[in-house]
Design a protein around this ligand. Structure first.
Ligand SMILES: O=C(O)c1cccc(C(=O)CC[C@H]2O[C@@H](n3cnc4c(=O)[nH]cnc43)[C@H](O)[C@@H]2O)c1
Length: 247
């Protein structure tokens, strides 16, 4: 049976999926709370990682070591950059991830890890500094599934940060460093660990807010996590049904 691991940082980002798949708590995940469900011929493990890159990397490592997944899906909410064509409640599909604040501050501005010259990953003929590649075909098919399912969705590069950008100016600064459609706090860590273990990785997030001057009255976390979980429910069903175009 193929095994898929779905990771999210908070409980509300998984709760609808747990209910929809009648998932049961699974012991054995150590510090990572786990639930297990079967959808068609797939075993789905839902993992609550906690917020940020350290929690995400540690959970993904534990999961890859103990459960040898065939696919890792990272989900949750995220902020959309201006000009990405995204609004609150839309879906964003990552075509790459990026460690967007790991680098060097210099007198002439911020520079990435390539300035230091030490890659975060070296293997399979690649030396990666900030940008972490993702499975393009998986991303494209997820986007097609979302569009066909009536979701407003955009595919593009995601930026992972340690500090949530709470100003328009910080959003602009990040876009000067790297192209991006969606900001989050875990994606690059999950993608990097999945790459280390040779496991394909897909990241889909619901947009909870724009990257702008912080105004929580303009955020809609509930709508974002609802939309992305409804999408993933559809995606997993179609995957299990072996619909052409998914995998
Ligand atoms: O600023 C606040 O008071 C605040 C209140 C509730 C939630 C937050 C978050 O930053 C959530 C972080 C969580 O969600 C992802 N996320 C959502 N939007 C963003 C964003 O614009 N930039 C970075 N991360 C975001 C993130 O992956 C975390 O898991 C703040």
């Amino acid at each position: 049976m193929s095994r898929i691991i779905v990771t999210a940082s908070t409980r509300m980002e998984l709760s609808e999926l747990l209910a929809a798949t009648t998932a049961c708590a699974l012991p054995g995940g150590g510090h990572v709370p786990l639930h297990r469900a079967e959808v068609g011929g797939f075993e789905i493990l839902f993992a609550l990682t906690g917020i940020g890159k350290v929690n995400a990397a540690s959970a993904t490592t534990l999961l890859c070591e103990r459960y040898a997944p065939d696919l890792v899906i990272n989900t949750g909410c995220g902020g959309a950059f201006a000009g990405a064509g995204l609004a609150v409640g839309d879906l964003a599909v990552a075509d790459s991830e990026c460690l967007a604040d790991e680098g060097v501050t210099t007198p002439t501005g911020w520079r990435g890890l390539d300035l230091i010259g030490i890659p975060v990953y070296e293997g399979r003929g690649e030396r990666l500094f900030n940008r972490i590649p993702l499975d393009q075909e998986l991303a494209r098919r997820a986007l097609d599934c979302a569009t066909a399912g009536g979701f407003d969705a955009v595919m593009g590069p995601f930026l992972t940060v340690s500090t949530c950008s709470g100003t328009t100016r910080q959003g602009e600064e990040l876009l000067r460093r790297f192209p991006g459609v969606c900001e989050n706090m875990e994606g690059a860590a999950v993608a990097q660990v999945a790459l280390m273990y040779g496991v394909p990785c897909l990241e889909v997030r619901g947009i909870s807010n724009m990257v702008e001057d912080r105004d929580l009255s303009r955020w809609d976390l509930k709508r974002a996590v609802g939309q992305v979980q409804r999408f993933l429910g559809l995606y997993l069903e179609q995957l299990a049904a072996g619909r052409p175009g998914i995998r």
